[in-house]
Design a protein. Sequence first.
Length: 212
Amino acid sequence: MGLSSTTGLFNRAADIYGVDDIVMRKRPRQKFNFSVFMQIDSAPTLSDESYGRAFQFEKVVSVSMPDYQYNVVKVNQYNQMRPVTTRQEITPASITFYDTVDNQFQSLLTDYSRYYYSQGLGPIQQLAPNATNTQVDSLFGLTATQALGRFFFNQINIVTIDNTVNGVQEGRTVSMMNCLITNASHDTLSYNDSGLMTWTVQFTPEHVSFNT
């Protein structure tokens, strides 16, 4: 039916998006109303335990949500080509963090690297100058992890807040389970740029769930 109380005799867009509803649940979500929550496995050793193992990471610039690719192949059915879906693939999510003076994300990244790789990202002893010396012990390589502690990031939640009704927040939680880092890009330093430094990190999840 038409709306007349606030938006005039009739406003089709206001009717579609519920502008005059008591709770505007039909409107599009806003991009800036989000929070990032992380859950770290109990197996890794953290250099900064003050945040605990489950916490809200507040120093975030932006989040690019994961995409979903549905692979389709064409098969021949009596000379008629029929498309058949084969599998669902989840692309990495990208999160940009502020590179803060307290090294909050940097500490998390070095802990991640040390957990999976023997050389990590911290100081190591002097490397041998002779690359052909066969007696040098390797400082590099993958560190085997236990099955129960395979994933450093057990879960990363992207929470959007849509409404507050009677003091209760309504929204959507996109949960990314069993995440691995596929890329961590640091910033570019420049004498003619007074902007803020960031880390841009891609997380590949095993599974994504929507909770509303």
